[in-house]
Design a protein around this ligand. Structure first.
Ligand code: GGG
Length: 334
């Protein structure tokens, strides 16, 4: 057998229940079957509002340097960013995405057979991470009628092209996975370009035009490309609300951070009942983008098994299980 591949993973729990779900993610990596020939080493890293309160910075240089110089990937839990301005504080995950140029936020939304009360949903939201309003260039000015706050919305051709390209690649990859599944129904990969160019004709107009160009490349000839104005897209998503337990990955060229979409949930922190499923799926998603699709598939299947059996579910899903019991059930199925 070839020498095992060793991946070094940065662990950034952040705030609140991030400190409960990230250890569950680590246990999943440590428990992968030896047949996958993968080994992991871990480094604990700080970031978050509590780190800011202790040290004066939400994202210490050491965290960024270690990720850049030592790690192959990372897992990020959650942050408790305050909703009002706190002098000197800025969201660490937004900064991290920029510093590592993790330009794609990838969020798969999938129901399982036992967790769907209607038509099953299986889609991926691919969101640009570094531009638009997330350039975070805001200011407040005193006008004659009081304060006026404004924010720059910046969209470039380069960022629009690369995010559209990665969306096309994800659609093709998903089609390959579906082709191997006997229960698949979709015959053609599909990308929906979502924008507001009917009102914002220059910014979203540039995005729409560039996305169209990127997805017209020969390699995407099998991909069906459609468009939706964002209002109508959101309406469609709400009409089909079975959005599951959503993981995400922040993806750049050669690096990925898995991150559950949920926040730090201070109301349940410390009770041992936080749901680890989004984190466990984020572990799989990170591995997918690190080229370990087989390991990712095994984790997804173990999670689907847990959800379909519905024996160990946390209270947010109507169950009585603890974080540890859900984790143990998923580990048993790996
Ligand atoms: N894991 C997602 C997360 O932490 N969500 C909470 C959130 O969005 N906080 C605001 C921020 O700092 O970005």
């Amino acid at each position: 057998m070839a020498a095992a591949r060793t991946l070094r993973i940065g662990l950034i729990p952040g705030d609140g229940i991030g400190r409960e779900v990230i250890p569950a993610g680590r246990r999943i990596l440590e428990s992968l079957p030896s047949s996958l020939n993968l080994k992991f080493s871990f480094v604990d890293l700080d970031a978050g509002y509590e780190t800011f309160q202790k040290t004066g910075t939400a994202l210490p240089d050491k965290t960024v340097d270690t990720l850049k110089k030592e790690c192959d990937g990372a897992l990020f839990g959650a942050v408790s960013s305050p909703s009002t301005k706190v002098a000197g504080y800025s969201s660490p995950i937004v900064a991290l995405r920029k510093k590592l140029d993790l330009y794609a936020n990838v969020r798969p939304v999938k129901t399982t057979a036992g967790n769907s009360n209607g038509k099953p949903i299986d889609l991926v939201i691919v969101r640009e991470n570094t531009e638009d309003l997330y350039v975070k260039e805001e200011r407040t000015i005193e006008g004659p009628n009081g304060k006026v706050a404004e924010a720059i919305k910046r969209i470039s051709e380069k960022a629009s092209f690369r995010i559209s390209n990665i969306a096309g690649e994800i659609a093709l990859r998903r089609q390959n996975i579906r082709a191997a599944s006997p229960t698949s129904t979709r015959e053609q990969p599909m990308v929906t370009i979502t924008h507001k160019s009917n009102v914002l004709s220059q910014t979203d107009g540039l995005f729409r035009e560039t996305a169209r160009r990127a997805l017209s490349a020969e390699k995407f000839s099998s991909v069906f490309v459609e468009e939706q104005i964002v209002d109508s897209m959101v309406y469609k998503l709400f009409r089909q609300p079975d959005l599951g337990l959503v993981p995400s990955a922040n993806v750049g060229d050669g690096f990925a951070i898995g991150e559950p979409c949920h926040g730090s949930a201070p109301d349940i922190e410390g009770k041992g009942i936080s749901n680890p499923i989004a984190t466990i799926r984020s572990v799989a998603l990170m591995l997918e983008f690190l080229g370990e699709e087989k390991a990712a598939a095994q984790i997804y299947a173990a999670v689907d098994g847990n959800l379909d059996a519905a024996q160990f579910l946390t209270p947010d899903m109507g169950g009585k299980a603890t974080t540890q019991q859900v984790l143990d059930d998923v580990l048993k199925r790996l």
